[in-house]
Ligand binder design. Sequence first.
Ligand code: NAD
Length: 353
Amino acid sequence: MTDAILVTGGAGFIGSALVRRLVAEGVSVVNVDRLTYAGNLASLGDASSSPLHHLEQVDIRDAAALHRVFRARRPRAVIHLAAESHVDRSIDGPAAFVETNVVGTFWLLEEARRYHAELPDTDRDAFRFVHVSTDEVFGALGDESRFDESSAYDPRSPYSATKAGSDHLARAWYHAYGLPVIVTNCSNNYGPCQFPEKLIPLMIRTAARGGPLPIYGDGRNVRDWIYVDDHVAGLLAALEYGTPGETYLFGGEAERRNIDVVHAICALLDELRPSPDGAHARLIAFVEDRPGHDYRYAIDSSRTRAALDWHPALSFEEGLRRTVEWYLANEAWCEAVEGGTYRGERLGLGVRP
Ligand code: NAD
């Protein structure tokens, strides 16, 4: 076994932040990524050309390729982020979500299990499989209460249902086979390098262009926002200090209504890139709600904070400012990842292709 960490989905939003941090800390990374529309090597910055970064352009459903990667790279841990991740896309085309999130996770667990079983005793004890999931598996909350480790699963979208399925598989591979699995569930991430189809980058990009800012429903849906680097810090804490078989929940302690998030983005743009046509908030337009739109998500991460000595370091206001500044300064990245195919159009109304 080597010191390398195998990261799946390492060219995506959260995965790229994780890979950048690991490489900066001198850790060798095996980046298993199929490079879908959501995976972009440009997000890795200098890390992509580091001798510590080893790209394996592999689909996690390809068991033979995974088998080869585990034997060739001999990682000490897996951090599994590869997924189809956009709720609206899952409503339009759920098959890809079942394929990657459920079937792909199954094959990854299987190949990790076989590799783990062949390790010498001390290496086998040290090996970890961190399965990265979302708070959306717990369904929606009312105005009160928060999710914690004992919350019941109640997914409402094809995305959250397939992530829930993958969580159950991961836990089953711990109980049935002794694979040292740690499950993490995190609230909504934001920050640099997020594909501009998700709320915050979509609003920044669209507002900067002077286009209409579509708010689903009445905009009162609440999300608990966490800056991506705080999630990455939590994943690394779970890897190093977490107990196999346990679940850890990460939240940003930053519950905000969607409409308030968009107003905050508009205010930052007014300051950083004022428009001659007036305040950016004039562009806000309410549109038909997403089917099955969960009202509120919120995380009680007190147990995780105590167990892992982790807490979110960045306030929402500071994180959002950094994010808006990053998108304004990185037009070339946005153009490259959009690749001429995605132009911020509405997805997720359940229209069959
Ligand atoms: P993303 O969509 O930005 O990136 C996903 C990555 O997975 C991409 O690089 C893509 O190329 C890769 N991928 C997709 N299908 C693959 C396959 N079959 N084989 C190999 N690689 C494949 O996603 P993200 O926002 O970075 O989320 C990463 C993980 O974190 C996901 O598992 C997601 O469910 C979870 N998560 C995300 C959030 C959030 O707010 N973004 C919150 C909590 C948990």
